[in-house]
Design a protein around this ligand. Structure first.
Ligand SMILES: Nc1nc2c(ncn2[C@@H]2O[C@H](COP(=O)(O)OP(=O)(O)OP(=O)(O)O)[C@@H](O)[C@H]2O)c(=O)[nH]1
Ligand SMILES: [K+]
Ligand SMILES: [Mg+2]
Length: 320
């Protein structure tokens, strides 16, 4: 709690999603976070048409440099950031993926933990989903506590103590998952940012095969070498997977689908999302849609607004 209070000014800007001082562009945004000289700028220059100065001395990059990766018809904005130092993580909202870069030769594990700790302290949760706790502050009636699972880390007493710390005396709380006290606090505070993260170990040309193998097996990890252009294709594939993007193609009646201009949406998008992307008022004029692709049993299939789209589906919208 005290740490949160100390970090209050920087935390609120992070939570509001103002983000870095660059124009948001493209379909998704990836921030490159890492210690100085791990190769973030080298990576940006290699993958995008933007050149970001790289050098062997630390803190070469002093501002946020954006670049764009074109992949599978999507524009992915990549942000090259100054090397992180303790207490420097800020302005994180609005990003869809954290690409943490770590480098080979020196023991990487404590460095990974240090970066995670840094981001944790400003309210960013990596590769975690929002705790499954129902929480609703009330005007009166005290605290009602329930759980649908056996709790091993929290009890009714502890939950009450925590709520009182936050000056909440009336609320409804339902644990649907065996959460920790910290996770419960995240729910009360409510402004946490949940973000997928890929740990990228660069400069594998400088370490032994055994070490490369060990790093590659760690969860959420990809090993690369910008210097020798190793494993970059695989990194792009993983990036795509972690961003969970979906390409949808549109088709006009009696014409072939337009495969040159995909609509890029987050995974789990419905026909209604597609409509909104095409035109603000399209959903209200919607009659039905024909969909070809893996989301339907047969192609084409007549579907409604709530139908869930899948990657590379083709859609034809019929208006009233
Ligand atoms: N051996 C090797 N060197 C690399 C690799 N990638 C980058 N480097 C070198 O590492 C040094 C630092 O690279 P930068 O791209 O400046 O690193 P950065 O993370 O942007 O550093 P800051 O902006 O200072 O935080 C440069 O001398 C690069 O040439 C790699 O895969 N292998
Ligand atoms: K550098
Ligand atoms: Mg740099």
């Amino acid at each position: 709690k005290y740490r949160a209070q100390l970090l209050e000014p920087s935390k609120s800007s992070a939570a509001k999603g103002e983000g870095f001082d660059v124009m948001k562009s493209g379909d998704a945004r990836v921030a490159l976070i890492g210690f100085p000289s791990v190769g973030k700028s080298t990576f940006l220059s290699l993958m995008t048409s933007t050149a970001s100065e790289a050098a062997s001395y630390e803190f070469t990059t002093l501002t946020c440099i954006p670049g764009v990766i074109e992949y599978k018809g999507a524009n992915i904005q990549l942000l090259d950031l100054p090397g992180i130092i303790e207490g420097a993580a800020q302005g994180w909202g609005g990003c869809h993926l954290a690409g943490l870069t770590l480098t080979g030769p020196n023991v990487p594990c404590p460095r990974r933990a240090l970066l995670e700790k840094e981001l944790e302290s400003v309210g960013i949760r990596l590769n975690k989903s929002k705790p499954n706790i129902y929480f609703k502050p009330k005007k009166g009636g005290g605290i009602s506590f329930n759980s649908t699972v056996t709790l091993t880390q929290c009890s009714e007493k502890l939950v009450q103590l925590i709520l009182h710390e936050y000056k909440i005396f009336n609320a409804e709380v339902l644990f649907r998952e065996d959460c920790s006290p910290d996770e419960f606090i995240d729910v009360i505070v409510g402004n946490r940012v949940y973000m997928p993260c890929l740990y990228v170990y660069n400069k594998i040309d400088q370490i032994s095969m055994e070490e490369v193998d060990r790093l590659a097996r760690r969860p959420h990890s990809v090993v690369i070498s910008c210097g020798m252009k190793l494993n970059l294709d695989y990194l792009l594939e993983k990036l795509w997977e972690y961003l969970a993007l979906t390409c949808i193609y549109t088709k006009k009646r009696g014409q072939r689908p337009d495969f040159t201009d995909a609509i890029i949406l987050r995974k789990g998008a419905s026909v209604e999302h597609v409509c909104h992307r095409i035109h603000r008022s399209l959903a209200s004029q919607f009659k039905y849609a024909l969909v070809w692709g893996t989301s339907t049993k047969y192609s084409p299939q007549r579907v409604g607004l709530t139908h869930m789209m899948e990657h590379e589906d083709v859609i034809q919208i019929v208006k009233k």
